[in-house]
Design a protein around this ligand. Structure first.
Ligand SMILES: CC(C)(COP(=O)(O)OP(=O)(O)OC[C@H]1O[C@@H](n2cnc3c(N)ncnc32)[C@H](O)[C@@H]1OP(=O)(O)O)[C@@H](O)C(=O)NCCC(=O)NCCS
Length: 154
């Protein structure tokens, strides 16, 4: 545990996400994701519900002083691989960034997926999102295949 993790642990609590958290999670996502561009255009209540309603959800929220400070949304299954866990969405509220919250959320999500039988956990990171890439590398993820979205303007 790093120094910032230790400081954050004292004031920020993690809990499994419940349906009652969905409005705050949706609002925080709208605040931090640019939903006008890929891959964030699919951010929606249905995207949240898809993970929360899954047979094996791995969704966690972080609270600081009674307000949502971060979330992670994942569940078992990635494409056709039922034995892979998918960590799809993660965010920390701007006021709380850089204090170890996302790291704790990643580890909680991965632990839940491992307990559910995941042989691997997969996440995708947009190429310009250096903070997210560093977060994942810091937590044991290794870069796999790169997929580039080609767009033909009409
Ligand atoms: C990416 C994001 C979730 C990181 O949240 P955070 O709580 O600030 O991250 P942490 O404090 O837990 O940092 C953990 C590690 O991530 C890396 N990291 C986090 N923010 C970083 C930044 N701005 N630049 C470089 N590395 C960063 C570091 O390696 C850090 O570990 P270290 O400080 O021990 O070196 C946050 O910046 C965010 O919400 N961004 C907007 C939403 C987003 O892009 N989500 C990902 C796509 S779904």
């Amino acid at each position: 545990m790093t120094r910032h993790d230790a400081a954050e642990c004292q004031s920020v609590g993690l809990a499994p996400m419940e349906p009652v958290h969905a409005p705050a999670v949706l609002a925080l996502g709208r605040q931090v994701y640019d939903t006008s561009v890929k891959p964030y255009t699919s951010w929606s209540l249905s995207a949240i519900a898809g993970h929360l309603d899954a047979e094996a959800p791995a969704c966690w929220v972080a609270f600081a002083d009674g307000a949502l400070a971060g979330f992670v949304l994942g569940s078992m299954g990635f494409d056709q691989r039922a034995d892979w866990g998918n960590l799809e969405w993660i965010a920390t509220a701007p006021a709380h960034q850089g204090r170890g919250i996302a790291g704790r959320l990643v580890r909680a999500c991965c632990r839940t997926l491992t307990e559910a039988g995941a042989a691997a956990v997969v996440t995708d990171v947009e190429s310009r999102n250096t903070a997210s890439a560093a977060l994942m590398r810091r937590n044991g993820f290794v870069e796999g295949v790169t997929v580039t979205l080609f767009v033909r303007e009409v």
